[in-house]
Design a protein around this ligand. Sequence first.
Ligand SMILES: Nc1ncnc2c1ncn2[C@@H]1O[C@H](COP(=O)(O)OP(=O)(O)O)[C@@H](O)[C@H]1O
Ligand SMILES: [Mg+2]
Length: 261
Amino acid sequence: MTPRKPPVFAMTGGEARLDGRLVLRGVDLRVPAGEVLAVLGANGSGKSTLVRALLGLIPLSGGRTEIYGVPAARFRDWRRIGYVPQRLTVGGGVPATVREIVSSGRVARQSRLRPASRADRAAVDRALAAVGLAGHGHHSAHQLSGGEHQRVLIARALAGEPDAFVMDEPTSGVDAASQAALAGTLRALIGQGRTVVLVAHELGTLEPLITRCIVLDDGRVAHDGAPPKPVGEHALPGHDHVHPHGPAVPDGGPLGTWDRT
Ligand SMILES: Nc1ncnc2c1ncn2[C@@H]1O[C@H](COP(=O)(O)OP(=O)(O)O)[C@@H](O)[C@H]1O
Ligand SMILES: [Mg+2]
């Protein structure tokens, strides 16, 4: 008999305060392996705070959260998790090249005594190619546009070849071609059984890949269940009246914005 695998993330009654203000309010969320979970919600609803708390980057003021069955604060097996934060914080300092940043995604896999191996370099090359930055490894991060920064962050997570990805608005500021490339990359990862937690304002081209979605509203989970339906499709009886409002706005995806009606 094999023991049941713990979920990748398991938050129970998660509560977080930032500057004394309650930003997460009693969040219960289990993310089993292989799930592709979209975290939707208006700006300021707590999406980034939730994923940062799931990763143990923000301590909870109430409740608890585990990563692969280990309390987030004690979790150390970071090679299993790839995190794409919402923004790249370069903030002066030494100008890193694209390749250096992407290679940092391999650090959890490298031993202090073993410098980057051929396998490490190949993984970095694959990650750069996956986001359309093959041949750009020598560019300074300072030369990149916002969309290119975002692609570098995605490549860094890919380079670590983790089991689970947490991506905070990976498509914001990324052009349509890069979004299509990311959708292809995600499809491949999902086909390999990797787990994905994807924060998004609009899902756009990623929508068909989603197996479950939650919608946050003021730090609470307002919807948890089926992935969104395309605009115009009729809801089944008993559905919970959480649906996108059409028509799609020019800078939004086909889903428009989310609201509870
Ligand atoms: N470092 C911080 N200190 C204080 N308040 C914060 C901080 N970061 C975010 N907040 C507040 O917490 C709420 C949720 O923010 P966030 O999780 O970033 O939302 P989202 O990612 O959904 O846009 C917002 O009201 C935001 O202003
Ligand atoms: Mg955010």
